[in-house]
Design a protein around this ligand. Structure first.
Ligand code: SDX
Length: 431
């Protein structure tokens, strides 16, 4: 971090403390409080970490006011229109866009790690058919530590590399098999002659009884959904992966922890919750009632797919996702899809509503991704597994970056304690 010896002065009960200020290459300066407790005997207090930098990173940068998202400095709209998911994976993992030879080698390595150990099939069969696919993903990814022992030693750079490739390569197979298991169809094995997105669609929708041809517009939209969800600074699930990794846990356990966190409806579960909300709203004439409910502090209802902790004007990913939604629905001849009509009317009314304007609430990445996935034929329960599949490269890249930090120590937040002070035990006869 850029150090220009600037400091902030903090005065507590008449005593002054100097806090170093570090300047980033982009974004706000940070106050270095690492020595504050030792010097002043006080903690800082920031529930939800809304004003706290938990680490330094060179992977992704978000400017919430400008609606800017950079991956290693490249704007997401340029990547979405000119790149593809595996190239973005290379960029996130290694820091630079690959040469043609580097990309070919990377794609070849990923392609040749897409199969699962055949014994893992029994894990799927251990679940009920109606198990949520996120429950299956958490279980199967965590169980990878029991199968891929030769890539669990985090102190071995080669093993870290192999674990990274295995996770990125196998997540589509795990997600697709979770889907197949839920619909009672046979598992479809990955094929080396298909691209990453084509392979996923093929594993999800092909059946032994018929030839399945991947539609290039659908595979392009699928690849774009993967790209738009790839990484997003220190969001809740990425922070979970970092905290798990700080204890020295193996990579599969750390990514399973990230999947578990992403599942929540306030985070990655929002795309499923958004579609379920649109279905509950039903027709556009019902929208005003739901907008009023979303504004009512006494009503826990929130407009799923709206708002963001960081973006305060628009989510650049939602803009690109909206283009894909229009393309896919036009291709499928369902541009008059009632859900999409309701979604577009909800977006229009919410963006014109003073409450949402004042609170800076607008469609986020999850608002349109759910509509595309629904149009492609995925059940809503598969939306978050697809988000988890996409975000695996972000979790893995941040995991690798943290392990390379020589100052890495186990994460251990403190607290503002408001409980009882010490008191003596009272025997049950005297209570
Ligand atoms: C993701 O962090 C990431 O980067 C996440 C993510 C990623 O790529 O990893 O971008 C993916 O998680 C996208 C967000 C998906 N979640 C949803 O769509 C669920 C619905 N959205 C909300 O739950 C909410 O907007 C959050 C959780 C996303 C953000 O919550 P915050 O930080 O509390 O929002 P805020 O501080 O900006 O809220 C300001 C006000 C609050 O009201 P007041 O307390 O000021 O009176 O707006 C209200 C909130 O109550 N508000 C909403 C709302 N979101 C916030 N009111 C109605 N509907 C909403 N959706």
């Amino acid at each position: 971090m850029a150090d220009d010896n600037r400091t902030a002065k903090l005065t507590i009960d008449g005593q002054d403390f100097d806090l170093p200020i570090h300047s980033p290459t982009a974004g706000p300066d940070v106050l270095d409080i690492r020595k504050l407790y030792g010097q002043a005997g006080v903690f800082t207090y920031d529930p939800g970490f809304t004003s706290t930098a938990s680490c330094d990173s060179t992977i992704t940068f978000i400017d919430g006011q400008k609606g800017e998202l950079l991956h290693r400095g490249y704007p997401i709209d340029q990547l979405a229109s000119q790149s593809h998911y595996l190239e973005v994976c290379y960029l996130l993992l290694y820091g630079e866009l690959p040469s043609a030879a580097q990309l070919a080698d990377f794609e070849d390595r990923v392609t040749h790690h897409t199969m699962l150990h055949e014994q893992m099939v029994y894990f799927f069969r251990g679940f009920r058919r109606d198990a949520h696919p996120m429950a299956i993903m958490v279980g199967v990814v965590g169980a990878m530590a029991a199968f891929y022992h030769d890539s669990t030693d985090i102190n071995d750079p080669w093993q870290r590399e192999v674990a990274s490739i295995r996770l990125i390569a196998k997540m589509p197979t795990i997600a697709a098999w979770a889907y197949k298991y839920s619909v009672g169809q046979p598992f479809v094995y990955p094929r080396n002659d298909l691209t990453y997105a084509e392979n996923f669609l093929h594993m999800c929708f092909s059946v032994p009884a018929a030839e399945y041809k991947v539609n290039p517009i659908l595979s392009r939209a699928m690849d774009r959904i993967f790209m738009l969800h790839a990484d997003h600074e220190q969001n809740a699930s990425t922070s979970t992966v970092r905290l798990a990794s700080s204890s020295g846990a193996n990579p599969f356990a750390c990514i399973a922890a990230g999947i578990a966190c992403l599942w929540g409806p306030a985070h990655g579960g929002a795309n499923q919750a958004c579609l379920e909300m649109l279905k509950e709203i039903g027709t556009p004439d019902q929208i005003p009632e739901y907008i009023e409910r979303a504004k009512d502090k006494n009503d826990p209802f929130r407009l799923m797919g709206f708002g963001h902790r960081v973006y305060k004007n628009f989510d650049p990913r939602a803009k690109v996702m909206k283009e894909s939604a229009d393309e896919v629905l036009e291709l499928l001849g369902i541009e008059n899809n009632p859900l999409l009509q309701t979604a577009k009317e909800l977006e229009k009314q919410a963006l014109e509503d003073d409450y949402f304007v004042e609170k800076k609430l607008f469609p986020n990445v999850d608002f349109y991704s759910g509509i595309i996935l629904e149009a492609m034929g995925f059940p809503t329960a598969m939306f978050t597994p697809i988000f988890a599949l996409s975000r695996t490269v972000g979790w893995v890249s941040q995991w690798k970056e943290q392990l390379a930090d020589p100052q890495l120590k186990i994460g251990r937040p403190r607290q503002l304690y408001l409980g009882e002070t010490a008191r003596d035990y009272v025997s049950i006869d005297n209570r």
